[in-house]
Every structure is written in structure tokens, then in C-alpha cells.
Ligand binder design. Structure first.
Ligand code: ADP
Length: 570
């Protein structure tokens, strides 16, 4: 603005001066023409000088050939020929000439205006008016100084106001940027001040609202994801999810165990790369390819064990039905498999055990029916055998029924305070007599203590009875059997020791299995069913206790039953 104003002022002033000079030159035209018509008049120079002073303008009268005839500032004789001065040349060609240049005569920058003088179509000379521009320059300098000062002042004021305004708007924007950045890092708890009522205030309110809803959404997503992760990790079944490229997107803890894969290292990797169980990648590929559910059973053999796994794979589709991956659920059915094996083995064993005495009875009865001539002694012998076999049959059935009752009502055994001393003393009595018959000394070592446990008296009596029965059965004549009771910490320990045949270490683990016998023929001969220790184990476990065995083959065995004292559970 300063530059434009100063240029405008300069232009207008120069124009004004030029017009004024032109007017003055026009006024001088008449006297000059008169002078040219009646020269030479010496007073003309004085007249021009006086006139120039009066109008404060340099006046010059020039002949057509350029010779100065009068000048208000100098003596015409001392002046150069002016024919080639730009204003004179312009006046000759255009009827008026203007020029701004440095006057060598006056040593100052001047504006010149020249007009031609015509007398009856003859150019007789020129009138030239001139005005020094130093005054205008001074005036313009003042104006420029004022403008520069005003511009400087207004720039300072503008900067100050601008700074205040910028701070007014930038401070909240900076705060918003900081909050937005912390939101991008997952911190949705930052809020902006909402005290302003202008647009920035509205923006801050909207921003806070957005942060709140973002926080809520993120919280919901996080909660849902955590819930899902907890559900998946708590599942007994292994879950493997892959994307369309068969790369793992989820693998839960159970799958980690079943496939011997690491959850952390598996994510993002192709499924065939994370486990050696190639069936998993095959079933997932099939589910992705055929877009159908598939089921498959497989065996996984690891260093520790052999597992039976039931695998079920299904394609995964998004809301629009587009295939996005596949999911495999792996169920460890090893326990089921084991139970199934035990069950079928049990059925086979039970049938076999039952069949043996039945076949024997049948054979004996058929002989008795068919052979009428059978001597009475043999008949007696056969009848005795039939009796023994039916007793055996009866004990197998009784033991089986006991076992089945224990299995179906394991938790429902009668629970009342039972004095183990009484139980042992009462049960052992019978076995002392049996022992005597077989030449085995049965000794009872029960101290006079209170050993009360919560339990079923009849069942506990059966435990002692089965252990003593075995001890006598598997101890040769002349041997010894002890039944003891003592306290160990919070437990009462029933101990049955014998000097019998003992049990090999490899058999010790298995003797508690149903129908497991170290020596089948011997056990049968002695009237064993192979279920005695199984029943002992079941009863003890149902009482929350445990049973152990120590044995040295050829020297003897010690069975110990640990039961919690009633006083300990109070
Ligand atoms: P059984 O009716 O055959 O005795 P049990 O279940 O009571 O069946 O015992 C299983 C097997 O454990 C027996 O067949 C026997 O081989 C072995 N056993 C049990 N008790 C003793 C013992 N005191 N001494 C040596 N072997 C024993």
C-alpha cells in the first residue's frame, strides 16, 4: 500500500506540475511570439527573469534553431544550443514536449515542458517551462518515511494481534493433536477442556464424545476378545483356526498340547509348518477346498505317550457367506479309548471267569446224569467239585456286584464315625482261625488308641478282610501274617504284612486292576477272583485314602491303607 500510494502521489504530483508548467508555457506564448516578431528588445530577458521569479518557475524562450534567447535563471549567451533537448524535439514533433532530467545548467533534477511557437504556419521558436523536482522528492521522501513508519507500526500491531489470535486457536488445536496422538496409542482417557462456546469448544465436545465412544467400543472389543480367548483357552478341545492361505490365526492351549506346537511361534505360519501331525493340515485344506465339514480320527505318537484324537474341521464364512478360513477342533479321546478298551477287556475277562466254573459244573452235571453206574465215591467227589465251582461262581458274582455298587455309588458310601481298632479286631478274628487251619500264624497288633475315621464300617471291614485273605492265600504253610494299626500324622494306617511269595516289581502296578493276577492258575486254585485288590482300591479311594504295596519276591509283602482320621477333618 505504501509503495502504491507513494507511486500514485508521485505520478499525480508530476502530472500536476506538468499541467501547471504547460499552463504557464501557454501563457508565455503571446509575449514570446511578440518578441520574435519585433526583436531585439533587451528588456525581454529581464521580463522573463521577473516573470520566472514571480511564478517560481524557470522560463526559457528558444529560437527555432535552438539558440536560447531568454532564460529566467541564466544569461542566454552562456547557454548551449537547446535544439536537441528531448523536450524540444518532442515539442517539434508532437506539439508538446515533456522531460524529466538533470539540468547541467542548474545542477538539479528538473521537469521540462516545451511548446512550439508558430507564426502563420512557421515554427519560430519554443517556450520552455521548468520546475525543480527536488521539492517534490523531499515531499515524497517525507511521505515514504511516514508510510514506512506506518507500515512498520501496523506490521508490529498485526503481528501482535496475529500472535494473540493464533494462540487463541492454536492452543486448543495443539491439545487436540496431543489427545488424538495418545488415542492412536490406545489411551482413550484423555479429555479436552470444553469451557469455550465457539466452534473450537463445539469441536472439543465432539472430540471428547468421540474419544468416549472409541473407549467404549475398544473396551467392548477387548472384553469380547478376552472372553473368547478365555473360553478358547479353557476348552478341553484343541482349536486351530486358519485363514484362506492356511496360515494359523488362532491356536489354543489344548491344541498346543495335542499338536506339540507353540502358540506364539505358530501365529501367521502355514499350518503344515507348525506341527508334524500332517492330518491337521490335510483336514483343514479339505475343509477350505470342499467347503464342507469333515471328521477324522487319528493317532498321535509323541515321546511320552500315544494319543487318540478325534478331529472335526469346518469352513469359516463371514457375514456375507464369503469363505475366510477354516476351523479344526481336536478332541483327545485317549481316555475314552482307554475306558472302552478296559470295558471290553473287562467284559471278556468277566465272561471268561464266569464261563470257566459254568463249563466245569456243566461237565460234571452231565457226567452225573449220563453215567448212572458212577460209583458213590466219585459221585461224592463230583458233587463236591460242583459245590466248589458254584461257590467260586458265587464269589465272582458277589465281587462283581460289590465293584459295580462301588462304581455306581462311589460317593454315596455310608459316612459315620468308624473305630478302625474295632473293625480290625473283629475282622482279624475270622482269619486267625483260617490261618490256624492252614498253618499260618495271624497276629493282630492294634494299640489301645482311638483311630476313628469317617466311613462305611462294612466296606472298611471288607478292605481288611480282602488284604488278610490275600496274605494268607499267598503265604506258604509255616509263614506269618501281621495286621497292624498305627497313626501317622493325620492318617490312620492299616498295615497287612506277610512272609509270603511276594510280588515282582512289574506286577505291583497292575495287581489293583480288575482280574489281574500274577499267577492265574494259583489264584483260581486258591479260590481267588482277581477282584479283591480292585475292590480294596475302590473302597479306599471312595474314603479319600490311598493304598500302597511294598514287596520283596520270595520274602513277603506289606500292604498299607492310609485313611484320614476323623479328628483331622474337624
Ligand atoms: P485274587 O483273587 O487273585 O487274589 P486280588 O485282586 O486280590 O485277586 O489280587 C490280585 C493278584 O495280586 C493276585 O492274584 C496275586 O497274584 C497278587 N497278590 C495279592 N496279594 C498278594 C500277597 N499278599 N502276596 C503275593 N501276591 C499277592
Amino acid at each position: 500500500i505504501g509503495i502504491l500510494v507513494s507511486q500514485r502521489i508521485e505520478r499525480d504530483t508530476l502530472e500536476e506540475i506538468a499541467q501547471s508548467l504547460e499552463a504557464k508555457a501557454t501563457l508565455l506564448k503571446e509575449p514570446a511570439i511578440r518578441y520574435f516578431k519585433r526583436p531585439p528588445v533587451t528588456s525581454f530577458q529581464n521580463h522573463i527573469r521577473a516573470l520566472g521569479k514571480a511564478v517560481n518557475t524557470r522560463l526559457t524562450v528558444i529560437r527555432a534553431d535552438g539558440v536560447v534567447v531568454a532564460d529566467s535563471e541564466r544569461e542566454p549567451g552562456s547557454m548551449d544550443n537547446h535544439a536537441n533537448r528531448p523536450e524540444i524535439l518532442a515539442a517539434r514533433s508532437h506539439g508538446i514536449g515533456r522531460a524529466i532530467r538533470f539540468s547541467k545548467t542548474l545542477q538539479v533534477k528538473m521537469m521540462y515542458v516545451a511548446l512550439p511557437l508558430w507564426s502563420e504556419d512557421e515554427l519560430i521558436g519554443y517556450i520552455r517551462t521548468a520546475y525543480p523536482l527536488s521539492t517534490i522528492d523531499n515531499r515524497l521522501r517525507h511521505i515514504r518515511t511516514a508510510i514506512v513508519f506506518a507500515a512498520g507500526l501496523s506490521a508490529t500491531v498485526a503481528l501482535f494481534i496475529g500472535f494473540l489470535l493464533a494462540r487463541h486457536f492454536i492452543t486448543p488445536l495443539t491439545a487436540m493433536t496431543a489427545v488424538a496422538e495418545s488415542m492412536s496409542c490406545g489411551d482413550y482417557d484423555q479429555r479436552l477442556p470444553t469451557s469455550r462456546n465457539d466452534e473450537i469448544g463445539k469441536l472439543a465436545k465432539a472430540f471428547n464424545k468421540m474419544a468416549e465412544s472409541c473407549r467404549e467400543h475398544t473396551e467392548t472389543i477387548r472384553t469380547d476378545r478376552n472372553k473368547l480367548a478365555v473360553i478358547l483357552s479353557g476348552m478341553a478341545e484343541g482349536v486351530v483356526a486358519v485363514n484362506e492361505d492356511e496360515r494359523v490365526v488362532h491356536l489354543n492351549e489344548a491344541a498346543e498340547r495335542l499338536l506339540s506346537a507353540s502358540q506364539k511361534e505358530s501365529l501367521g505360519k502355514p499350518v503344515w509348518e507348525i506341527t508334524r501331525v500332517r492330518e491337521v493340515s490335510e483336514i483343514l485344506s479339505a475343509a477350505l477346498r470342499d467347503k464342507t465339514e469333515t471328521q477324522r480320527n487319528l493317532q498321535v505318537v509323541t515321546q511320552e505317550r500315544k494319543r487318540f484324537i478325534e478331529m472335526h474341521a469346518s469352513p469359516l464364512c463371514d457375514g456375507q457367506g464369503k469363505l475366510v478360513g477354516a476351523l479344526a477342533v481336536l478332541r483327545d479321546v485317549s481316555e475314552l479309548h482307554r475306558l472302552e478298551t478296559i470295558r471290553s477287556e473287562f467284559v471278556a475277562n468277566a465272561s471268561h471267569e464266569l464261563k470257566t466254573p459254568i463249563t466245569a459244573i456243566r461237565g460234571l452235571v452231565e457226567t452225573l446224569i449220563d453215567d448212572k453206574e458212577l460209583p458213590p465215591v466219585k459221585r461224592e467227589l463230583f458233587l463236591g467239585k460242583i459245590k466248589n465251582q458254584s461257590l467260586r461262581l458265587s464269589s465272582i458274582v458277589t465281587d462283581l456286584l460289590t465293584l459295580s455298587r462301588l462304581e455306581s455309588e462311589s460317593g454315596k458310601l455310608e459316612r459315620c464315625p468308624v473305630d478302625l481298632c474295632e473293625v480290625i479286631l473283629a475282622t482279624a478274628k475270622t482269619f486267625v482261625a483260617i490261618g490256624e487251619e492252614r498253618g499260618i500264624a495271624v497276629e493282630t497288633q492294634v494299640p489301645d488308641i482311638s483311630a476313628e475315621v469317617w466311613g462305611d464300617e462294612e466296606a472298611l471291614s471288607q478292605v481288611v478282610s480282602n488284604l488278610l485273605d490275600n496274605a494268607i492265600k499267598y503265604t506258604p504253610q509255616g509263614g506269618r501274617v501281621w495286621v497292624r494299626l498305627h497313626l501317622q500324622g493325620d492318617d490312620a494306617v492299616i498295615e497287612v504284612q506277610d512272609t509270603g511269595i511276594g510280588i515282582e516289581p512289574k506286577d505291583r502296578e497292575r495287581i489293583f486292576e480288575r482280574f489281574y493276577r500274577v499267577d492265574k492258575a494259583r489264584s483260581r486254585e486258591l479260590g481267588g477272583t482277581g477282584l479283591g485288590l480292585s475292590i480294596v482300591k475302590h473302597i479306599v479311594i471312595a474314603h479319600g485314602g490311598r493304598v500302597t504295596v511294598d514287596s520283596t519276591p520270595g520274602t513277603g509283602s506289606t500292604f498299607r491303607v492310609f485313611l484320614s482320621l476323623a479328628s483331622a477333618s474337624m
